[in-house]
Design a binder for this molecule. Structure first.
Ligand code: ADP
Ligand code: MG
Length: 470
């Protein structure tokens, strides 16, 4: 499972990001639901903890049953005494260089890593390469993504006269086509001769930190600002005080200069909790479009087009209409799983040489079907449980009452709703007696802060989470 976690991180973050932060991350043990990971330096530890903990945990949880938490430690007797100075952002360049060089890993590994970082620098300044498969042509338009698609085409084709929607911002859950649309915009804009940079949040952070380390920050910024279209993917992962400030400056500079910015994230700008209020409102100031879940018709068409693409290289690969229908019905979650299902069927057909029957299809994709039905916690259950633990009634929680005895459980319940369900802040607000989303956000922030300061509360909330989840 650990190898799969690493492989996925590598695939999702890109080679250079992975090599810098994760290549020397090792699994020590898994016990009591906690995976203990180690790295050779404190700098790496603090960087991973502050920027990637959620990411690593999420990946772990989806690959290994029973892992509920992770811990990162510094390994080896030669762990450097010099840690990042307290109070400084982990990205601080001064701390980064000496600590990394003082690492206890063999010199050869160090050099190789430095080499990779050096070589990839040109690459991260010019952005990540665009995937040639992700074009407008291969993008299937349906009810849930029609608006996003129209806006994307409009922005990509736009020539002169000042951008229409700036920034253009997409949000949607995983696998619903955000990255596909962003790449499509990139290709189309390049075709008409515009200078395009596509960056994921990870690459943006990495490029910026790297530029600081090599005293190239100015060049990095100028480079970013000397383009026509900046495309930023997975903006929700941008974290860290100095980096998000830089992100804000870049955004302002580009938009003010009339350059196009396109961004995507898993949530609307107002819910990007790790970003400053001003940055969030700047992101929300253009056109914000949500991409909805894929309905069955859209899934069936995406599936057909994937199957056709595969047939170009595997002409003998046949999938009957009945099997295709079954797959499109069964895999409801997202486009990524549809792609995974096609790969499974192909592997099956190639390995056995037998045609894909309904039965073999069922077996081949069984885990994709099951895995995608995570246990959902209901807001109503959260409200009931919290109410009973704090000796108030559920209607107190939904009411307008503002006494301390009611306010605290209400805020905890809102916090849990945000953490344990996929509901948006406005939706949570509605389910808490029609409150505004800012009230929910306030509650979430408040409890987050209180948990950090009060270990009893931290345990209490942790306990509530466990009770709701099993
Ligand atoms: P996201 O970035 O939203 O997580 P991706 O853009 O990576 O999702 O999409 C996941 C997979 O599903 C990709 O292989 C993508 O090509 C495919 N996909 C998603 N939506 C569509 C669509 N409307 N048409 C064709 N392929 C799609
Ligand atoms: Mg994506």
């Amino acid at each position: 499972a650990w190898q799969r976690v690493k492989r996925r991180l590598r695939a999702e973050l890109g080679e250079d990001v992975f090599a810098s932060w994760f290549a020397r991350l090792e699994l020590q043990e898994v016990s009591g639901g906690t995976a203990r990971l180690t790295v050779p330096t404190r700098f790496l530890k603090s960087w991973i903890e502050s920027h990637y903990l959620d990411r690593v945990l999420a990946t772990f949880r989806s690959e290994a049953d029973g892992v509920e938490g992770i811990e990162v430690g510094v390994r080896g007797p030669m762990a450097p005494a010099r840690a990042a100075p307290v109070g400084m952002a982990p990205a601080a360049p001064k701390a980064a260089t000496p600590v990394r060089l003082a690492a206890s890993a063999p010199a050869a590994a160090e050099t190789a890593e430095a080499d990779r970082a050096g070589r990839s620098e040109a690459a991260d300044l010019s952005g990540a390469p665009l995937d040639p498969r992700l074009t407008f042509q291969s993008f299937v338009v349906g009810r849930s993504n029609a608006l996003a698609h129209a806006a994307a085409e409009r922005v990509a084709a736009h020539d002169g006269g000042g951008p229409v929607y700036n920034p253009l911002y997409f949000h949607a859950g995983v696998g619903l086509g955000k990255t596909h649309l962003l790449h499509a915009i990139g290709h189309a804009a390049k075709e008409v001769g515009r200078r395009v940079i596509y960056l994921t949040a990870d690459r943006f952070m990495y490029g910026f930190v790297n530029a600081l380390k090599t005293q190239n920050a100015l060049a990095f910024k100028e480079r970013l600002r000397a383009i026509d279209v900046l495309i930023l993917d997975d903006v929700q992962f941008i974290q860290g005080r100095s980096i998000q400030a830089e992100f804000g400056h870049t955004l302002n500079a580009l938009i003010d200069a009339g350059r196009q910015v396109v961004a995507a994230a898993d949530r609307p700008p107002t819910e990007l909790e790790s970003l400053d209020e001003r940055v969030r409102s700047r992101l929300a100031g253009g056109l914000v479009v949500e991409i909805g879940t894929l309905d069955e018709a859209l899934r069936a068409t995406i599936l057909q087009s994937r199957l056709e693409a595969v047939r170009a290289t595997h002409p003998a690969f046949e999938v009957s209409p009945a099997v295709a229908e079954y797959v499109a019905k069964a895999i409801t979650a997202n486009g990524r799983d549809l792609e995974g299902a096609v790969n499974r069927l192909l592997a099956h057909a190639t390995l056995t040489g037998a045609p894909v029957t309904l039965e073999t299809a069922e077996t081949a994709i069984r885990d994709l079907v099951k895995n995608r039905e995570p246990k959902r916690v209901k807001i109503e259950d959260i409200q009931k449980l919290v109410a009973s633990r704090y000796n108030v009634s559920r209607s107190d929680i939904l009411s307008e009452r503002r006494t301390a005895a009611v306010v605290k459980p209400r805020q905890i319940a809102m916090y849990l709703s945000k953490v344990l369900t996929l509901r948006s802040l406005p939706e949570i607000g509605r389910r808490f007696g029609g409150r505004d989303h800012t009230t929910v956000l306030h509650a979430v922030r408040k409890i987050e802060k209180a948990i950090g300061e009060d270990s009893a509360l931290c345990d209490e909330v942790e306990l509530l989470k466990r009770m709701l989840q099993d």
